[in-house]
Design a binder for this molecule. Structure first.
Ligand code: ADP
Ligand code: ADP
Ligand code: ZN
Length: 214
């Protein structure tokens, strides 16, 4: 099963993608996580990506597409995968389509987690991330068992540099300009499924599993 998660920054793509990955036993591939790991490790890619991420801009397609194509070509992706945060532009979607064609396969579902802009700013201001394992929490909606500490690995949680309100606003503008057109792109292919992302995490997951099957 090959799945793409669509939706605004903070819509809950990552939260749902991790749950899908566990239930269906397919790898979760988050371009944001890959870039953040590169930043943490001080790689050349990380240095380049950071310049864009800190401003709330998209990392250029040249730095993004090959990385994903490379990743989905690995053995652990043979039964499927869930792409979270990619594609984010029409050229990225086209690059993915070309690669999938070469591999003689295609995406099964593009799931749009729909959340209006006015809910996003609240979501983002309460988001806390684990720099150790990538887990995501929310101070009100999804609090860790011990305040400020990751349930999974015990690391101290942080506020992501790009989750400051001004940067969130910029990311939303970028989303509407560059990423939202993908909803139409996948609708035309007949694989778009929309879920109401304002519901509780577990309800959203229920709606997604109803689409994907047990
Ligand atoms: P969120 O989950 O809040 O939408 P991500 O972790 O997916 O954020 O992405 C964080 C940042 O990483 C983006 O704002 C962007 O700068 C960069 N990024 C992630 N994925 C892509 C992509 N497919 N194309 C370009 N930039 C990306
Ligand atoms: P994305 O990957 O789309 O940027 P995240 O999965 O990181 O979004 O979620 C953004 C924030 O909102 C996190 O703090 C997360 O814990 C919280 N969150 C995710 N889903 C929900 C939901 N259905 N209701 C309330 N908060 C949510
Ligand atoms: Zn952790």
């Amino acid at each position: 099963m090959k799945i793409i998660m669509l939706g605004a920054p903070g819509a809950g793509k990552g939260t749902q993608a991790i749950m899908i990955s566990e239930k269906y036993g397919i790898p979760h591939i988050s371009t944001g996580d890959i870039f953040r790991a590169n930043i943490k490790n001080g790689t050349e890619l990380g240095k380049k990506a950071r310049e864009y991420m800190d401003q709330g801009l998209l990392v250029p397609d040249e730095l993004t597409c090959d990385l994903v194509v490379d990743r989905i070509s690995r053995d652990d992706c043979s039964k499927g995968y869930i792409l979270d945060g990619f594609p984010r532009t029409i050229p990225q979607a086209q690059a993915l389509d070309r690669a999938l064609e070469r591999m003689e396969t295609s995406i099964d579902y593009a799931i749009d987690v729909d959340v209006p802009d006015e809910n996003i700013v609240n979501r983002m201001s309460g988001r806390r991330a684990c720099p150790g394992c990538g887990a995501t929490y929310h101070v009100m909606f999804r609090a860790p068992k011990t305040e400020g500490i990751c349930d999974e690995c015990g690391e101290k949680l942080i506020v992501r540099a790009d989750d400051q309100p001004e940067t969130v606003q910029k990311r939303l503008t970028v989303y509407h300009d560059q990423t939202q057109p993908l909803i139409d792109y996948y609708d035309k292919k007949g694989i778009l499924k929309t879920v109401d992302g304002t519901k509780h995490v577990d309800e959203v997951f229920g709606d997604i599993t109803a689409i994907l099957g047990e």
